[in-house]
Each structure stands twice: as structure tokens, then as C-alpha cells.
Design a protein around this ligand. Structure first.
Ligand code: CP
Length: 309
């Protein structure tokens, strides 16, 4: 039996290096597989999605991924159109969705929401973003992109810039990177530094520095991972306005980077990467979004098939 069969994916901390590499290899296989064979991987299976927060890439890539595997999807993209609006509990909503689906994907504003959903669901649950806590499939997609574009992960120097306090993709990325031999340089405004309590567990397994100056390590990086300042998570808009636009990656900063460095972003972006950068060879964030479809397909294929595919 493959180790992912019928398994919940709540935190990337539950995955070791070998398991991450298994997903990456499965994603490579999905990319290369004959389209007719690919369609057999989830034939007759249904993905149920529940999004209590807006999404473009995560929800659509999950839907594209299950379609790629021959399955179908149904769900709630706008919670205001569901009975949650009438006061139905998350537990009941999840229980109902697990009757209609073979696998569930949940995005919710609250930390712990996906773990709670997994406890009440009769079907495997994948966390598609829980509060400021985690976004594990984003980290899988991010590491796959690095492996694909740089041909390795070990030995790289990786800069992560932006909102390190509220950005859940950052936490999942750091937990995943803690499995590898990498050097990490974190850059954020002082008030958006990484939450020390959230990285306590990986302090001894991940080498990282913290700074407010983006130029400090820029010329030495192999990967620059840019994140959006998460306006929606600030308790006070005044505080957001003080840090809005703190870092903007434009052609001027790009010239200071190594020629073979790559720039990633989980997206959506606002102004933190200038659109001039999009056409440069370092910009790989649209490829990263595409890899999200293949890595999510790989993960669902492994969860749904006892003997893998
Ligand atoms: N990267 C990401 O989670 O994008 P969406 O919010 O559009 O799903």
C-alpha cells in the first residue's frame, strides 16, 4: 500500500523528505504520462471543495488536477451561497461534503480548521490554507518548482521576502525546507518578522538569517521567494498602510541578482513584483502556478489509489 492512501494532508510538517520526493516524482510522472492513462488515475472519483476564503489558483488547480486524472469536482467557492450563511456549522458542512465526495479540499480563515475537518470527515481532507498557519500544497508546489527549475534543492541559497508574519505559505515553505540542506535569508519589515513560536520546532534543522534590507543577500541568492503583504490579516488598516509597498522587485533589483537566480511568488501579487520582471528569464512564478496543477494531481492520485499509479 502506498503511504499516502486515504491520508489527510493537513501540515507539511507531517511529511518527511522521502515523502516529499515521492510526490515530486509522481508529479513528474503525471507530466509525462499518456493523457489516456492519466485519465484512469481518478476515473469515477469526486473532489469536493469548500472555500471559506477567496482563491483563484488553489481551487482552480485542484479542479484542473482532478479533471486531468479523469475525475470530477463539486463544491462551494463562495460560502455566502451555502447553508453556512444560515448558520450551519463547519462540522456539518464537512460531513455533508464527505458524503458527496471521495476527497475534500478546505480553505478556511481559522488556524486548526483543516485538522478539525479531518476529524469529522469520513474522507481524506487536504488543507488548502488555514488561517495564518499553513498552506501545505503550496509548499509542495514551491519545492517542486525549485527542483524542476534549479535541478536540485540541497545546497541552494533561498531568500524569502515580504509578509513573514501573516503569510501562511512562508511557514509551510520553511517547514518543507527544513528537510533539506539549504541556507535561508528572511527579509521583512520589522513588524512582519517571522513568528518565533511557529518556527520553534525547526530552529535546529534550518539555517536562516533575518533582515529588513533586501539587498543584503540579493547578489548571492539562487531563489528569491516574494510574498504579498496580507492586508486582510491586519487588525488595523493604519498598520497595513505603514508597511504597504515595503519591497518592490523591479528591473533595478533584478540586475543585482545572479544571472541564473529564479524569482518565485505564490501569487496573487499586488505591487511587490513589477510586471516588467514577468518577461525576464528569472521570473518563474507562472511556471510555479502551472506546477501546482501537477503536484496536486500527484497528491490526489496517491491518496486515491492504494497501490499508487
Ligand atoms: N497561491 C494561492 O494560494 O493562490 P490563491 O489564493 O489564488 O489560491
Amino acid at each position: 500500500m502506498n503511504k499516502f492512501f486515504q491520508r489527510d494532508i493537513i501540515s507539511v510538517r507531517d511529511l518527511d523528505k522521502q515523502e516529499l520526493e515521492t510526490i515530486f516524482d509522481a508529479a513528474e510522472k503525471i507530466i509525462k504520462l499518456d493523457p489516456n492513462e492519466r485519465q484512469e488515475i481518478a476515473r469515477g472519483k469526486t473532489l469536493g471543495y469548500l472555500f471559506f476564503e477567496p482563491s483563484t489558483r488553489t481551487r482552480l488547480s485542484f479542479q484542473a488536477a482532478i479533471a486531468l486524472l479523469g475525475g470530477t469536482s463539486l463544491g462551494i467557492a463562495d460560502i455566502a451561497s451555502s447553508s453556512a450563511k444560515k448558520g450551519e456549522s463547519l462540522a456539518d458542512t464537512v460531513k455533508i461534503m464527505s458524503i458527496y465526495s471521495d476527497i475534500l479540499v478546505l480553505r478556511h480563515t481559522l488556524d486548526g480548521s483543516s485538522r478539525f475537518a479531518a476529524e469529522v470527515s469520513s474522507k481524506p481532507v487536504i488543507n488548502a490554507g488555514s488561517g495564518t498557519e499553513e498552506h501545505p500544497t503550496q509548499a509542495i508546489q514551491d519545492l517542486f518548482t525549485i527542483r524542476k527549475e534549479k535541478k536540485k534543492i540541497d545546497g541552494l541559497k533561498i531568500g524569502i521576502v515580504g509578509d513573514l508574519k501573516y503569510g501562511r505559505t512562508v511557514y509551510s515553505l520553511l517547514y518543507a525546507l527544513a528537510n533539506y540542506d539549504v541556507e535561508v535569508h528572511l527579509t521583512s519589515p520589522e513588524v512582519l518578522k517571522i513568528r518565533p513560536e511557529s518556527i520553534y520546532e525547526i530552529k535546529n534543522s534550518l539555517s536562516f538569517t533575518e533582515s529588513t534590507n533586501i539587498e543584503e543577500y540579493l547578489d548571492d541568492l539562487d531563489v528569491l521567494y516574494v510574498t504579498r503583504i496580507q492586508k486582510e490579516r491586519f487588525p488595523d488598516e493604519e498598520e497595513y498602510l505603514k508597511v504597504k509597498g515595503s519591497y518592490v522587485i523591479g528591473l533595478d533589483l533584478l540586475q543585482k541578482m545572479k544571472d541564473d537566480a529564479i524569482i518565485l511568488h505564490p501569487l496573487p501579487r499586488l505591487d511587490e513584483i513589477s510586471t516588467d520582471v514577468d518577461k525576464t528569464k528569472q521570473a518563474r512564478y507562472f511556471e510555479q502556478a502551472e506546477y501546482g496543477k501537477y503536484t496536486r494531481a500527484a497528491l490526489m492520485g496517491l491518496i486515491l489509489n492504494e497501490n499508487g499509479f
